[in-house]
Every structure is written in C-alpha cells, then in structure tokens.
Design a protein around this ligand. Structure first.
Ligand code: HSE
Length: 297
C-alpha cells in the first residue's frame, strides 16, 4: 500500500490571475494499491458525494497519466480523505488531479518529472496556478510557452504565514469564471503587471508592507466579489487585525491573507469576524514547501 499526500493551494494570489499560486500545510491523502482488476474507492468522512466509479477525478487523472506514460492502468483500490475544503477555492480539484497522476506513476513504475506532471495537470485543470504549487510547494508563478508550462517556485521565508478565511458557503469555479469579462483594458493590465512585480519583490526582500498594495487586483476580483457575501468586510477585518494584505483565494469564496507568525493576530482576526455573516472561519497555516509526495506504507 502507498499514500500520496497533496497540499491545499490558493490560486491567483489576487494579482496573478491563472498564473500565481501557493501551497499551504493543509493536506488531502489517498492510500492506494494495485488490484488484479476493477476499481474500489472508499471516501471516509467525505462531506459531499464523491463519485466512486470511472467519473472520480483522481481516477480520471490516473488514466490520463497512464495514457501519457503509454501503459494501461491496473485495477485499483484507493481511499481518499483529508482536510482540504471542497469547492472553496483551496485547490481541491488540483489536489485530486496531482494525486491521480502520482498514483499512475507509482503503479506503473514510471516516474514523471515535475514539469511533465504539471503539463498533464494543466491540460486537465485549464490553468496551472493551483497545480504548480501542489506539485512543487512554495509560491509558483507559471507561464505557458508553446505547449510547455514553465514555473519557478519561490521558497518563502518562514516569518510569513497564510491565513485562510473559509466561509460556510461554496462557489463553483465554473460560476466564478462566467462573470469575468472576455477582455481587459490596458490600464487594468498595467495595474496588475506592476503589482505582480511588487509582490515578488516583497517575498524576496521580506518587505511585507508592500503586500497591501501589491495584492490589489483589477482582473477578476472586482467581478467576483459580488458572488461572495461580505467580501469587503472580511478583507477589512483581516487588514485591521494586522494582515499584510488580503485577496480572494483562487476563484473564491475563501479569502487569503498574508500574516505574521503570531497567535495574537489569529485571536484579533477571530474577534473581528464575529457578527460578519457567512460563517467565516480563519486558520493560520505555514506555507507548504515540499509539494506532493508518495510514500510506501
Ligand atoms: N485561476 C482559477 C480562477 C483558479 O480564478 O478561475 C480557480 O480554479
């Protein structure tokens, strides 16, 4: 029996629509082994109906990776479980896809490179911003160059933490993409390009005071925040509690804040969220620097 462990990820990081993402220490797990035939899927503790047949996303990703490797997938037993909230903007689908790819590699005895994994995952997801940090860990900014996805992970200093503010409602990525415009203006593109540079500079220099301005997006957040109950109030609560900057996590509805490694910050944040409708629950978590991995049990 093997186990693949995959971290939760937050796509976009405000200004990096479809390109930037980060991994945090919240995990999903899949225990798996080859069987002579068939497909058996267990989902203990699942808070929603996970398909247990060929429609299962982990299984579909494993099949896709097996096709790329050029060998048939054997029968499979897998048990999927973990702590990444589903449909909240924390990369639960990217986690399934990356897990499936690594399951196929393991069972077929054919390790893929990280960039090969990322290419398969990006084709399945449509964008690399969650898949890249799920594979590499850290903060990843990914670009497409022809068919190749190029990413250069940034190892974040350990004085920076991530607060994820998870509401009690869900938002599908499909719905959150439907509200986006088909084209953006040059001033809005300029606004984001400069801030992306500032964001990277803040991470390398440790000058986190830059993050408040750097995370201010004009390409997707203005269109999506109407779908998210109390978005502006929650962002303000995070900033007034002492967060360096805050933005939507992926397509939402979770909100992400960069924060100091300080339990007093979390306490202030919990106080300020009281009375704001939406059931917002904050978690203060470290960045995940390792990315997904497989171990023998
Ligand atoms: N970049 C994606 C989006 C993340 O914003 O739609 C969600 O999958």
């Amino acid at each position: 029996m093997f186990r693949v462990t995959v971290p939760a990820t937050s796509g976009n990081i405000g200004i990096g629509f479809d390109t930037a993402g980060l991994a945090v220490d919240i995990f999903n797990y899949v225990d798996f082994e080859a069987r002579p035939s068939g497909l058996v899927i267990e989902t203990p503790g699942a808070a929603f109906a996970v398909p247990r047949d060929g429609r299962n996303l982990i299984y579909r990703a494993a099949k896709k990776a097996a096709q790329t490797i050029g060998k048939p997938l054997p029968g499979l037993y897998m048990k999927q479980y973990g702590n990444i909230p589903h449909t909240r903007g924390l990369g639960s689908s990217a986690a399934c896809i990356v897990a499936g790819i690594m399951i196929a590699e393991t069972l077929l005895g054919h390790p893929l490179s990280q960039s090969e994994r990322l290419e398969i995952a990006t084709v399945m997801e449509g964008h690399p911003d969650n898949a890249a940090p799920a594979i590499y860990g850290g903060v990843c900014i990914s670009v497409q160059d022809g068919r190749q996805i190029i990413t250069s992970p940034i190892a974040v200093k350990n004085d920076l933490m991530v607060a994820v503010l998870v509401p009690d409602f869900t938002l599908s990525t499909r719905r959150a993409r439907e509200v986006l415009p088909k084209a953006v203006s040059v001033p809005d593109a300029v606004h984001n390009i400069g801030r992306m540079g500032l964001f990277v500079s803040a991470l390398y220099s440790g000058d986190y005071s830059l993050l408040r301005v750097a995370l201010d997006d004009r390409l997707h957040q203005p269109y999506r925040k109407g779908l998210i109950q109390n978005f502006d109030r929650v962002v303000q609560a995070a900033l007034s509690a002492g967060a360096y900057g805050a933005c939507l996590s992926g397509a939402g509805p979770t909100i992400l804040a960069f924060a100091p490694d300080d339990s007093a910050f979390l306490h202030r944040l919990e106080e300020r969220l009281q009375g704001i409708g939406g059931g917002w629950k904050p978690l203060l978590v470290p960045f995940n620097q390792r990315g997904a991995f497989v171990q023998a049990l």
